[in-house]
Ligand binder design. Structure first.
Ligand code: HEM
Ligand code: NAG
Ligand code: NAG
Length: 317
């Protein structure tokens, strides 16, 4: 018993003094807010029970956060007058469910005020979103700080769905992420919805010789054209990423191999031998995909950048 306590104290000291990698640690709030993980999980669970689109929104929100200024909750800040924030920048069509993070923050503040960053809450919520959709669980390292700046103009730094494999590789490597991470994280597209504007380049005036991207499965291309008959029209129309778009599974990779992925960026994962081999691997093993996804999410989620613990996730202190 005494030995156990000694062991616990020693490991707590070791982990909090020397956090495992990246300056973050799983037990960062052990003394200051031990209930934070379960508070966030319960809030997310509750929201998902009322709205099945919440998991996809939270996962994408975390990705956007981490790709601009690091995972510093800059994606959560509101615009201030003429200073437009990221959430009012162009590729924001499917960013939503901000209320879930507000609710989690409110509950966390009630228990341990001024301690837990919004960036950590978003990272936890993204993990919960994956778990609640049937995906893998992982322990989220914590200790991120919130930033004070969010600029709509910086959303152009996000990778676009029209990107080639070379452009994707560059975008990821600028953030310390590899081709392995690119293929695994793209599997996030097993969840959610895409608007016509995100894939219309493949079904209207694809290039000088082909109206439709010939790598698309013909019947799939026809169904996309049915949903999005005219370029730059039907602002709200679109389609599920995947027929099982509320289930976190490896079907995304199977669809790529069938010519049924939505974005040029998805399809381009077949354009390098290394990334193509990973698409095949993940298409044939949900387990291999889950393992790789957890590893790469932890890596992306550990790109830090902020300075403070925000009181209100929508406003810098
Ligand atoms: C590889 C580069 C990526 C590109 C080019 C990309 C692009 C896009 C685009 C264009 C949409 C649809 C937006 C719309 O039409 O409303 C989308 C949705 C989504 N993306 Fe990505 N994405 C990328 C990586 C990721 C990553 C790394 C994740 C998470 C791990 C992710 C998760 C999602 C999710 C969950 C949705 C659905 C959102 C919803 O339904 O609310 N994406 N992405
Ligand atoms: C997306 O940005 C546009 C301006 O570019 C803004 O009018 C709109 O409210 C934003 N949408 C969301 C969901 O924040
Ligand atoms: C159009 O795209 C197809 C498939 O990628 C390609 O074979 C063809 O050469 C392209 N045409 C032009 C004019 O670039």
């Amino acid at each position: 018993m005494v030995l156990n306590i000694v062991a616990l104290v020693v490991s707590v000291l070791i982990f909090s003094e020397f956090p495992a990698g990246y300056g973050l640690s799983s037990n960062y709030y052990l003394k200051t807010c031990p209930g934070v993980d379960s508070i966030v999980t319960n809030v997310v669970k509750n929201a998902v029970s009322k709205d099945k689109t919440v998991p996809a929104a939270l996962l994408r929100m975390h990705f956007h956060d981490c790709f601009i200024r690091g995972c510093d909750a800059s994606v959560l800040l509101n615009s201030k007058g003429n200073d437009k924030a990221e959430k009012d920048g162009p590729p924001n069509a499917s960013l939503h469910a901000f209320y879930v993070i507000d609710k989690a923050k409110q509950e966390v503040e009630a228990l341990c005020p001024g301690v837990v960053s919004c960036a950590d809450i978003l990272a936890l919520a993204a993990r919960d979103a994956v778990v609640l959709s049937g995906g893998p669980y992982w322990d989220v390292p914590k200790g991120r700080k919130d930033g004070r700046t969010s600029k709509a103009s910086e959303t152009t730094q996000l990778p676009a769905p029209t990107f080639s494999i070379l452009q994707l590789q560059q975008s990821f490597s600028q953030r310390g992420l590899s081709l392995d991470d690119l293929v695994a994280l793209s599997g996030g597209h097993t969840l959610g919805f895409a608007h016509c504007s995100s894939f219309q380049n493949r079904i209207h005036n694809f290039n000088a010789t082909h109206d439709v991207d010939p790598s698309l499965h013909p019947s799939f291309a026809a169904s996309l054209k049915g949903v999005c008959p005219v370029k730059n029209k039907a602002k709200n129309a679109g389609t599920s990423m995947d027929p099982s778009s509320t289930t976190f599974d490896n079907s995304y990779y199977k669809l790529i191999l069938q010519g049924k992925s939505l974005f040029s960026s998805d399809k381009s994962l077949l354009d390098f031998p290394k990334t193509k081999a990973l698409v095949y691997k993940f298409a044939s093993s949900k387990q291999a995909f889950s393992k790789a996804f957890v590893k790469s999410m932890t890596k992306m989620s550990s790109i830090t950048g902020g300075q403070e613990v925000r009181k209100d996730c929508r406003v810098a202190n």
